[in-house]
Design a protein around this ligand. Structure first.
Ligand code: IPD
Length: 276
């Protein structure tokens, strides 16, 4: 099918601005929340409202487009079948834990896939005015200014972003601690922003050199992937293989050499269930 990507970008940009204003307003006060899969997997009324705003706004312009949204999936519990149809993959508030605490690192993360290829990605942290965007073949931008990965190739000089994630699964935590033990002595440092999409955006910006996480969802990484690629970086599976957006695993880096070297260090974990 033919898709007017310019129009898609224009419409989604306006909707993301509107959603950002709402998130910023709500972040002025601490938010009531509900627990989803467990007591650290949270959702607020704003997550649901922003997702509705984005989906309804996109449907008004593109009635035949499909959606895979974090809160949609949480409610329906349905598997996220990605087809060739234009599909918006949406995290209305990535960094919900931060949002609940008014820790100013939350963002709207939205990507558009057409024929399963990501064409558009936007990651907007309205709390500190950081708006990342990318279109396939057109580069990556922060607030309209072109950005590039650092190009770092050496593990020993790398700043790494990652997360503990939103589960208390003991097997997973064991792997996370094991990886920290292996990685911390070998790199410059480790950072956690509390939002998977913003961690990836830091690699695109050149502020961090590697991002990896086990347990992410498609909506956490869809926009981040295109942003890192368009900034000149690489996105792979943490084993070193090809990235699979439904696998709940990601490794982004500033160079292929660093990505592969980093992958070799890791004890692997395969979160279940997959997103599809
Ligand atoms: C989560 C956050 C968290 C990351 C998880 C994500 P949410 O997204 O980005 O930092 O560790 O993997 O699922 O629930 O805040 O939208």
């Amino acid at each position: 099918c033919s898709v007017d990507l310019d129009k898609c970008f224009e419409v989604v940009s306006q909707l993301v601005d509107k959603a950002g204003a709402l998130v910023a307003k709500r972040n002025e006060t601490r938010q009531e929340f509900e627990e989803k899969a467990n007591d650290i997997d949270l959702v607020t009324a704003t997550d649901k409202e922003v997702e509705q705003l984005l989906i309804q706004g996109l449907l008004d312009s593109f009635p035949d487009h499909k959606f895979i949204g974090e809160e949609e999936s949480a409610v329906g519990g349905a598997p996220n079948k990605l087809t060739n149809a234009p599909t918006w993959i949406i995290d209305p508030v990535d960094g919900t834990m931060n949002f609940v605490h008014s820790f100013p690192h939350s963002c709207i993360s939205i990507g558009l896939k057409v024929n399963k290829v990501t064409e558009i990605g936007i990651i907007f942290n309205p709390l500190i005015g950081q708006r990342f965007s990318a279109r396939r073949g057109q580069g990556a931008f922060l607030n309209g200014k072109r950005i590039h990965v650092s190009g770092q190739k050496e593990l020993g000089k790398s700043l790494v972003t990652t997360e503990f994630g939103t589960s208390r699964d003991t097997d997973k935590l064991k792997v996370i601690f094991e990886n920290f033990q292996k990685i911390v002595p070998k790199v410059h440092g480790i950072r956690m922003l509390g939002a998977a999409a913003l961690n990836m955006a830091m690699v695109a910006l050149g502020g961090a050199d590697v991002n990896f996480e086990f347990g992410v969802h498609a909506w956490d990484v869809c926009a981040g992937e295109i942003l890192v690629l368009e900034a000149g970086g690489v996105v792979i599976d943490p084993t070193g293989d090809k990235f699979d957006i439904m696998s709940r695993r990601v490794l982004a880096a500033s160079s292929e050499e660093l990505a592969q070297e980093f992958a070799k260090q890791l004890t692997q974990f395969y979160p279940q269930p997959r997103d599809d």
